[in-house]
Each structure stands twice: as structure tokens, then as C-alpha cells.
Design a protein around this ligand. Structure first.
Ligand code: SF4
Length: 297
């Protein structure tokens, strides 16, 4: 069985930068706090925990004083920066530049649309760290939509400025955009074309991987998609693999692999999300090679 790791999978530059910043900082201090999982991958979180990184919740942040806290790639709302200032917390800001730019665009759109009583709508996951940072730019007034049903919260007789969480699927975003267009036409047939200002703000580190993964999934008999279960882009990118190759399996680590998946297979492709470390995909590859050496398919 030929085992191949997808050369395009693994950390995006935003996650790579945040982890590098954490590791550099921990060289000088024994403990560094990080607000939320630095990456949605429990294996990597454990590796960094062993080096001194302590994950804290928002509630725990409120209790801290006079220390250093890392802001991960997902970014934070303005309140976090205000709290840090009050409690003398030094923030090591590893917010991804792509997310920071999107926060700025959302804030600008919110300010601009106010005189027309418009609404900012974000296609994303409610409660996701990046989405909390984005809605924070709008006094938490932005409407978050994940499914078609969520559109019931939007008043389509008023203008809409529409954005996407950076890690959502392109297909899902355009489907939602088409629905909004339809509903605006229904509610207000005379609405001018700019009533909907749609911004495809999906990160190219994610959307560019979709066609690459389609091709990769097609080239192998079995696909092992390695990702943390909490990873939003992990779910989106796994969906792409599964459509292309029904013998695609979502795993968090090599312990979840079942040898029966490889029956009759001659090639196995290993790929992952923007939060999947390369060392983990290599560990999975070695495990599959071991299964292959003792298999009696
Ligand atoms: S997926 Fe894109 S926006 Fe998100 S951390 Fe990576 S580079 Fe930044």
C-alpha cells in the first residue's frame, strides 16, 4: 500500500506564526497563558502544554493580573484589550493579519451602514473565537448565520452587509448569499443592487485548499483526514474530501484508525486542516505503514 502525505496540508501561516510566537516566548518564561486553545488540535495543545503553555478561559482571564497572555490567531474583540489594560496584563498578540484585516472591514461596514439602518450579517459558527472577535467590532449587533433557518433573524427590508468567517466553505457562503439575494427581492422588489454588499472573506489559505484536496482525494483509494474535532476548517475541508472520495475518514489521531478501512486499497492519502501539525500526519503515516506490514487483507 502506498502512503502519501498531502504536501499542501498542515499549518497555514497564521497558525504557524502563533505557535512560533508561543514557543519563542516560552524560551524565556516557564509559563505562558493562552486565551482559548492555541490551535483546534488537542495533540498539539498537549505538546505545547508540556512546554509550559496554559490554556485559560475568558472567566479565568478576568481573575488574572500582572502576567503575559497570548492572543491566538483567531483574534479577540475590543473588550479583551480593555480588560488586559485594566488588569496590567501584557498581551502577546498573535492574531492572524488576515483576521485583523477582516475585523477592520467589519467595523468599517458597521459604521457605514448605520445611517441606513443596515445590518451586518456574518456567515459563521456562533461562539467560535473568530466570530466573537468579529461581532465585537459591531457592539455585538452583527447577526451570525450558520444555516438557512438562521436567516429568520435578518430584516430583508433593510440593507445587508454580508461577510464570512475566514474558515467556512466557499460553497456554503455562496449558497447563503444567493438566499439573501432572493429574500431581499421578495421583501423589497425595488431594492437597489447595492442593498446587499456581499464580501467573500474566506481565507485563501482555506479556499485554495478545496480544489487541491479534491484532486488529492481523487488520486487515492482511501483518505485519512487528520484534524481536531473542534476545527471549523477541518469540518469544511473534510466535507470536500468526502464528496470526492466516499472512502474518506475523519480522525483525530492514529488510535482511531480501523484496519478494515484499507481492505483492497493500494494507495492511502493523508491530509488535514490548517490546524493539523505535520508531525501528526507523519505519525499517522507510520501507523498505516505498520498496519500494512502485518495485514492479511
Ligand atoms: S486560516 Fe487564514 S485567516 Fe485563519 S489563521 Fe490561517 S491564515 Fe489566518
Amino acid at each position: 500500500m502506498k502512503v502519501t502525505i498531502d504536501k499542501n496540508s498542515g499549518y497555514c501561516f497564521g497558525v504557524e506564526y502563533a505557535i512560533q510566537m508561543a514557543e519563542d516566548e516560552m524560551e524565556h518564561s516557564n509559563t505562558l497563558y493562552c486565551l482559548g486553545d492555541i490551535v483546534h488540535n488537542s495533540m498539539e495543545v498537549k505538546r505545547l502544554h508540556d512546554k509550559g503553555l496554559r490554556i485559560i478561559s475568558r472567566e479565568q482571564l478576568e481573575e488574572l493580573r500582572d502576567c503575559k497572555v497570548l492572543i491566538r490567531a483567531h483574534g479577540e474583540p475590543p473588550e479583551t484589550y480593555e480588560l488586559a489594560l485594566r488588569n496590567n496584563i501584557e498581551l502577546i498578540d498573535a492574531s492572524c493579519p488576515v483576521v485583523l484585516k477582516l475585523q477592520n472591514r467589519v467595523k468599517h461596514a458597521f459604521d457605514k451602514i448605520q445611517p441606513d439602518k443596515g445590518q451586518v450579517v456574518i456567515y459563521g459558527q456562533k461562539g467560535h473565537a473568530e466570530v466573537i472577535g468579529l461581532t465585537g467590532q459591531t457592539n455585538n449587533e452583527a447577526i451570525v448565520v450558520t444555516t438557512e433557518e438562521d436567516l429568520a433573524q435578518v430584516d430583508f427590508s433593510r440593507p445587508v452587509s454580508f461577510f464570512s468567517q475566514t474558515t467556512k466553505s466557499t460553497k456554503g457562503f455562496y449558497k447563503m448569499k444567493a438566499l439573501i439575494e432572493e429574500k431581499i427581492k421578495e421583501a423589497n422588489p425595488q431594492a437597489p443592487a447595492d442593498y446587499l454588499d456581499a464580501n467573500d472573506s474566506i481565507c485563501r489559505q482555506v479556499s485554495n485548499r478545496e480544489p487541491q484536496l479534491q484532486k488529492f482525494s481523487h488520486e487515492h483509494d482511501v483518505i485519512l483526514f487528520v484534524s481536531g474535532k473542534k476545527s471549523s476548517n477541518g469540518k469544511a475541508l473534510y466535507g470536500v474530501c468526502k464528496i470526492e472520495n466516499p472512502r474518506s475518514y475523519f480522525i483525530e489521531n492514529e488510535q482511531e484508525i480501523e484496519p478494515a478501512w484499507f481492505e483492497g486499497a493500494t494507495s492511502v492519502g493523508i491530509c488535514g486542516a490548517t490546524s493539523t501539525p505535520m508531525w501528526l500526519m507523519e505519525q499517522v503515516a507510520r501507523h498505516v505503514e505498520n498496519i500494512d506490514s502485518v495485514a492479511t487483507f
